[in-house]
Write a protein of this length. Structure first.
Length: 130
């Protein structure tokens, strides 16, 4: 098993709910591991909390959208998840630029966040057009 703070976690919760549900949960696990790494190894406490908050919020909003009260509520929750993904990209870029995470770690986690962003853009666009 890969014990890297940025390794992908294969959770039993990753059911057949769809790629956005599964990928947002897996990304949240990576965000928590990254925050733990930053706090333990880098003694970085401010940015680590930011990346944990925004990185875990993506999946939380996707989960909330599962039980949206209306189409408008669903679109709103997915739009919040989209904003959180965009914010997470900002924190990842900042952590990389300030050398808090290595080039290798950055190259591993950023594409996953970009993929979530693309999935969320598509989901928001589709939900607005229905």
């Amino acid at each position: 098993m890969n014990d890297s703070p940025l390794s992908t976690h294969n959770s039993p919760l990753s059911t057949n709910k769809g790629p956005l549900w599964t990928k947002s949960f897996a990304f949240a696990v990576r965000a928590v591991k990254l925050a733990q790494y930053l706090q333990k190894d880098k003694k970085e406490y401010i940015l680590s909390k930011q990346i944990m908050r925004s990185g875990t919020s993506i999946g939380a909003m996707v989960r909330e959208a599962e039980h949206a009260e209306s189409k408008a509520d669903f679109t709103h929750k997915m739009n919040i998840a989209l904003k959180e993904a965009n914010e997470t990209l900002y924190w990842l870029d900042l952590l990389h630029e300030t050398k808090q995470i290595s080039d290798t770690s950055f190259a591993s986690i950023r594409p996953d966040c970009e993929e979530l962003l693309k999935l969320l853009v598509s989901t928001v666009k589709t939900s607005r057009n229905r």
